[in-house]
Design a binder for this molecule. Structure first.
Ligand SMILES: C[S@@+](CC[C@H](N)C(=O)[O-])C[C@H]1O[C@@H](n2cnc3c(N)ncnc32)[C@H](O)[C@@H]1O
Length: 267
């Protein structure tokens, strides 16, 4: 398990992942339904936040969800049990060395994971190996360069930029969304289709003000506070003002924009 995974494995991060998945469920999953009886591999399932929606939307598919973190898998198992979901099994696995035969799954789902891997090309090659010919891969990623908000204070921009820099320092790619097309194409997938999924928030969408601006985005930025301060990217006072600035976008006169990328392709 990578000790330097940018978001870490805290209880606070587990809550954030669940909030994020619930808030974005219809935006990201409304068109994902796998055929009855098909076998699905969910790669990098974390605490099972996306697994719930995946399993509910395809109740007769057989889902195998893997992650490199055993504690995350334990949380995922109890979440799925609590929800009464029966069509998912969990296994610990590293995406780079999947313990499955070639072509053993019909379809693949991977969400918010490639951005955390130092070699996403190699990861896609590894994932492709276990998909059958004619099967599909669905990839969802963010792109932290696609974020803007109002009001736009200088400190809020700096705090947001810290998130990007901290992730880059770990040799990962926080701007990966825009690269999904070339990544999938270079890995040899066919009929690659990329679909941007925009989140735009203002006061008329109170559930997104809470669920997206505060519980997903600001919680994510807050999660890298220590790394940003320790690496000298920002001073404490400026950080605090930055977080305050981000909260202003959640006020009645504020607005927020972010773009996710959903990719689908065939082997
Ligand atoms: C941001 S979380 C996303 C979790 C989940 N897909 C979601 O959207 O809620 C990224 C996950 O990728 C997992 N991960 C990172 N590197 C991995 C690898 N090489 N193999 C398997 N899982 C990995 C991490 O342990 C973490 O649970």
């Amino acid at each position: 398990m990578r000790e330097d995974y940018v978001h870490g494995y805290s209880d606070r991060e587990a809550i954030r992942l669940v909030d994020q998945a619930k808030t974005l469920a219809s935006l990201l999953h409304h068109d994902i339904k796998f055929p009855d009886g098909s076998s699905i591999l969910e790669a990098g399932c974390g605490v099972g936040a996306q697994t719930i929606t995946l399993a509910r939307n395809s109740p007769k598919a057989e889902i195998t969800s893997v992650d490199i973190s055993e504690p995350s898998l334990e949380q995922a198992k109890s979440l799925i049990k609590k929800e009464g979901i029966k069509n998912v099994q969990f296994e610990r696995a590293d995406i780079m060395e999947l313990p499955f035969d070639d072509e053993s799954f019909d379809h693949m789902f991977i969400c918010f994971v490639l951005e955390h891997l130092p070699d996403p090309n190699a990861a896609l090659e590894s994932l492709k190996r276990v998909i059958r010919k004619g099967g599909t891969i669905t990839v969802i990623e963010g792109d932290h360069g696609s974020c803007y908000f109002h009001p736009e204070t200088e400190e809020a921009i700096t705090a947001w930029q810290c998130l990007i820099e901290v992730q880059k320092e770990l040799n990962c790619n926080p701007l990966i969304g825009r690269e999904l097309y070339p990544l999938l194409t270079d890995a040899g997938f066919n009929k690659v289709q990329i679909d941007p999924r925009v989140v735009y928030v203002d006061k008329s969408k109170p559930e997104l003000v809470e669920g997206f601006i505060k519980n997903t985005i600001i919680a994510m930025v807050n999660g890298i506070k220590d790394q940003a301060l320790d690496s000298g990217l920002i001073r404490r006072k400026e950080w605090e003002k930055g977080i305050e600035g981000l909260y202003q976008s959640a006020e009645p006169s504020g607005t927020f924009f972010y773009n996710f990328y959903k990719g689908m392709a065939y082997k």
